[in-house]
Design a protein around this ligand. Structure first.
Ligand SMILES: [Cu+2]
Length: 354
């Protein structure tokens, strides 16, 4: 009798144990499913409550939604400033740059991110001058924390944008320097924590043209960037010019036998390297754009943070050609695009063909 009772007791304990374990298992599963699908709620530094899944989404069909940032417009848009001549004949280029840090941008369908902007976009405007011009940048900080503009290039210490934080709520500072050296340079905020100010989007491109110019070409700018949408100091999205997969779905149209010049700047935070691979072609590469002779003729170029250069190439055969990070993870999370090469005979004469 005692034996039967003991056995029955053990069976009950076993059944109860299986039940409890199963319940925990299924509860865990449900929690996991919810975690994968439900957006998390975050409070930005400005107090705005936002929701994001931080998931990777391929934005096919997002053309119906309004975009706050147009990668097609950004690609070929250069800001030359308000131009005037000084008494000594020097060209003066004046720019006004306004920083803000409370914008929310839908960087991919359903994924919202608190971007910090120069003149309302990430990246900020592409500032362009000729070697020897006087560049004057009136910087206004309409953000809610201090910011600066730190230009790469040659200038006085007090114009370096590091030790003179410009106060929030309308603080101003005027940066002034002689454009140089020739090349493609980044500009970015240099307030600590630097990683936070850059990764939220306070950066842009500054091009210094040689006095004699460069050969005519179809010119464009690509900023390699990414977004950490769940704030774990790892990027969830990667892109050329901010919107993941954008140029995959909106191929960049270029002409066969036309010289293409791409100013590439790597502003990616968190990941120590980034790279770019061009399909069906090779390109001349000018690191930092400072030398008139290319350093290499290749189809992959690798950048560390802040590295940049100029690519020059032309396509012989029409068709679609990929360009993307050869770091596969970055490509799969958005850093991929297409050139659509169109047949064109007239450009063969207009532009130099190698
Ligand atoms: Cu800043």
């Amino acid at each position: 009798m005692n034996l039967v009772k003991t056995m029955r007791g053990k069976m009950l304990v076993s059944i109860a144990t299986v039940g409890v374990v199963s319940a925990i298992y299924f509860a865990f599963l449900i929690v996991n499913i919810d975690a994968a699908e439900e957006p998390k709620t975050f409070r930005t530094h400005s107090g705005t409550v936002i929701q994001t899944t931080g998931d990777i989404l391929d934005p096919i069909g997002y053309s119906g939604k309004p975009l706050e940032f147009d990668p097609d417009k950004y690609l070929r848009e250069f800001s030359y400033g308000r131009v005037s001549k000084l008494p000594d004949g020097t060209t003066l280029r004046e720019f006004t740059i306004i920083a803000e840090d409370d914008k929310i941008m839908e960087i991919s369908p359903g994924v919202f991110y608190n971007v910090w902007t120069f003149n309302g976009t990430v990246p900020g405007p592409t500032i362009r001058a000729t070697e020897g011009d006087l560049v004057r940048v009136k910087f206004i900080n309409n953000g809610q924390m201090p910011h600066t503009m730190h230009f790469h290039g040659i200038h006085k210490a007090e114009m370096d944008g590091v030790f003179e934080p410009v106060g929030q709520g309308g603080g101003q500072f005027t940066y002034e320097f002689v454009a140089g050296p020739v090349g493609v340079h980044p500009y970015h905020c240099h307030v600590m924590p630097l990683e936070e100010h850059i990764s939220h989007g306070l950066y842009g491109v500054y091009i210094v043209d040689p006095k004699e110019g460069r050969p005519p070409a179809d010119e464009m700018v690509m900023v390699l960037n990414g977004f950490d949408t769940d704030f774990d100091r790892e990027n969830n999205f990667y892109a050329a010019n901010t919107i993941p997969f954008y140029y995959q779905h909106h191929p960049i149209q270029i002409n066969a036998n036309e010289l293409i010049r791409v100013y590439v700047v790597n502003m990616l935070e968190f990941d120590p390297i980034n790279n770019l691979h061009l399909h069906g072609n090779l390109f001349d590469y000018y690191p930092t754009g400072t030398d008139r002779l290319p350093s290499t003729y290749t189809d992959v170029i690798t950048f560390s943070q802040g590295e940049r250069g100029i690519m020059e190439f032309n396509y012989t055969y029409p068709g679609k050609y990929l360009f993307h990070a050869h770091k596969t993870e970055f490509a799969e999370k958005g850093w991929t695009g297409l050139f659509l090469v169109k047949e064109s005979s007239e450009n063969t004469e207009q532009y130099g063909v190698k």
